[in-house]
Write a protein that binds this ligand. Structure first.
Ligand code: NAD
Length: 484
């Protein structure tokens, strides 16, 4: 199979924070790959804009070093790297002052798509938006891309939305949640809505429960102080895990278009029940062989911020009433693995001589590593031993099914940046969605704070605190193993 690459129109992309960590690790390498694949046209221009004093050559040097540091040598072609670097320039701007904006304007060509990536702290979103408009740099067709975190709570998210809305229309604002850019996440929609097979079973009558796991092996490392101000609920659940839950739970949109999809996701968020205290587990990793405890990592022995959270959630609507969604995410767990599992109910009656409850179909959607899907089905164990049943996987690993094409699956950031240039907002969060997610999150946090809840310690390299296992055990269910 040959991957079809459709080049996007020529564009000017300004990266505010072009010298920062995210630009160096994700945005610049991603753009290089899009150029190397023929999707980014050679007429495109990338303009780094940041506070550091630097000229074009300095920015090219920083970019070359970033490509070498964050990409495998095999992915770098000498000529292509030179071509990519020749498309780059740099302008020193002060997001909160007036320096550099006039020069930036001179870099912007009037007749191509304009995109402005705000890869800077959220406190700079408003000031940059204001200056782009005041200096006549961004017109009504320009697009702005904003990074997470989009707010710390509902009030701050509203304030951020307002600061952008003063200068840009909602159709121009692309709020990144890079989980939505993952191949399997989009495949989830293709599988649900492109096949007859699943949708009739996709409800509480046939689905026993759903598990969403996003497990990391790393700790909070060098960003402890920042992390301790947010925690797993704000850093992961409010955005990434809720977005995944929405894609599983939403009704079929009438069309695959940005507002139709986002309207359906919004309805799911609004149908989420508040989480009851005994449906919630929070944890902090202990000291272990891989490093210090969470409390040491954040430098506050009294911190009550969670770096692990597990919850039993309910979506109150006709489709899902009675089907729990169990979600968990945490750091320093036993493996780096993100997956969604749809666990179907057992057959209502067994004609075979095996106890009920031992065989159920599970559809697993794996986000990382090894993106792919797997469906377990029950079959007869081969051989002459009579009618014994076993569960075997029907595998759809992208690597095997698609061969070389799978190796070319773009990273989430690359895909999302190309979507910005194409003007497709489907995989970006709308302002009302983000606010609805905070409106659900805030009271859950306020409730545990009011109760003075203290996170439970857990071993590094484990599956989290034992209480998290109990969350399912008491319902007669089990978490799936966290496997790399
Ligand atoms: P960083 O601190 O490494 O870089 C910040 C950039 O902003 C630098 O280029 C700096 O020069 C520029 N900057 C700071 N103040 C400025 C000013 N007054 N005027 C102009 N430029 C200024 O940060 P980062 O890790 O690259 O993160 C950028 C954004 O992306 C943040 O909102 C962060 O939360 C978000 N984010 C980062 C990651 C990541 O992996 N690094 C992941 C997800 C989201």
């Amino acid at each position: 199979m040959v991957a079809r690459i459709i080049p996007v129109e020529p564009f000017d992309l300004v990266i505010f924070g072009g010298t920062g960590d995210l630009a160096r690790r994700k945005i610049l390498p991603g753009l290089y790959r899009r150029l190397a694949d023929g999707q980014m046209p050679p007429e495109a221009r990338v303009i780094g804009a940041a506070r550091s004093e630097m000229d074009d050559e300095g920015f090219r040097k920083l970019t070359r070093e970033s490509l070498e540091e964050f990409m495998p040598a095999s992915a770098l072609d000498k000529e292509r790297v030179e071509e990519f670097l020749s498309l780059l320039s740099y302008v020193q701007v002060d997001a909160k002052g007036d320096g550099g904006w006039a020069e930036l304007k001179e870099h912007i060509r009037p007749d191509v798509v304009h995109a402005f990536y705000f890869s800077v702290a959220p406190s700079l979103f408003g000031p940059i938006a204001e200056r782009l408009k005041d200096h006549g740099i961004a017109d009504d067709n320009a697009r702005i891309v904003v990074e997470k975190p989009f707010g710390h709570d509902l009030a701050s998210a509203k304030a951020l939305n307002q600061s952008l809305a003063c200068h840009f229309d909602e159709t121009q604002i692309y709020r990144i949640d890079h989980y939505l850019g993952k191949e399997t996440v989009q495949n989830l929609m293709a599988v649900r809505f492109g096949n007859m097979l699943f949708e009739p079973l996709w409800n509480s009558q046939y689905v026993d429960h759903i598990q969403i796991t996003v497990a990391e092996t790393v700790g909070v490392g060098g960003r402890g102080e920042y992390y301790d101000r947010s925690g797993a609920m704000r850093d992961m659940v409010q955005n990434h895990l809720l977005q995944l839950l929405c894609l599983i739970a939403m009704e079929p949109p009438s069309r695959y278009d940005p507002d139709a999809v986002r309207d359906e996701k919004l309805k799911v968020i609004r149908a989420l029940e508040p989480v009851r205290p005994d449906d919630l587990v929070r944890g902090q990793y202990r000291e272990g062989p891989d490093g210090p405890s969470y409390l040491e990592d954040v430098g506050d022995p009294r911190s009550r911020t969670e770096c692990f959270i597990a919850m039993r959630m309910s979506v109150s609507n006709w489709r899902w009433a009675g089907t729990p969604f169990y979600i968990r995410t945490g750091k320093r767990l036993k493996a780096r693995a993100s997956e969604i599992a749809i666990v179907f109910k057992d057959a209502p009656h067994s004609i075979f001589d095996v106890p009920q409850g031992r065989h159920s179909n599970v559809l697993t959607i794996r986000l990382q590593p090894n993106e792919g899907m797997q469906m377990t089905v029950t079959i007869k164990e081969p051989g002459p031993g009579g009618m014994r049943l076993i569960d075997v996987p029907l595998d759809m690993s992208f690597a095997e099914a698609l061969g070389e094409q799978a190796a070319d699956i773009p990273d989430a950031y690359e895909r999302l940046i190309m979507d910005v240039i194409r003007g497709n907002q489907t995989l970006f969060m709308r302002g009302d969605e983000v606010e609805a997610a905070w409106a659900w999150t805030d009271p859950v946090i306020a409730d545990w704070e009011a109760r003075g809840h203290v996170p439970s310690p857990y071993e590094q390299g484990s599956s989290g605190p034992d209480d998290a296992l109990m969350l399912l055990h008491r319902d007669g269910r089990r978490w799936r193993e966290i496997r790399p």
